[in-house]
Design a protein around this ligand. Sequence first.
Ligand SMILES: [Fe+2]
Length: 125
Amino acid sequence: MPTRAAKPCRMMFVWSFGGAVLGALTAVFGRTGIYVCTAAVERTVHRHLVEQIAFLDEADPPLSKIVRDILVEEDAHLAHAEARHNPNGLFARSLGALVSGATEALIFLSTRGDSLSLKGAMAAR
Ligand SMILES: [Fe+2]
């Protein structure tokens, strides 16, 4: 980050606080709730990383490689969570949609709307 003069996300405190709140709320539903929440967050982050990689492949290949490495790690988290609950059940789909929406909102706020522009640009390709 220092070599690129990049700054840490200004929303990190919201991610930390929101993650703790989301984890506590979904833990009320037991193991299944925790895995549904984890899978929903990972799936949403996965989509965001894939869009970033598509953009960075042309704009900044070395950074694209770094994000790809992060994606591999995140894929493992997603596979772990998805293997431990039924993602097609009504509970998983309902709670997963809520968690995905909250995660998308945080990504939108963290990127000050750039995530939506990137999604549109990648879809238009
Ligand atoms: Fe993760």
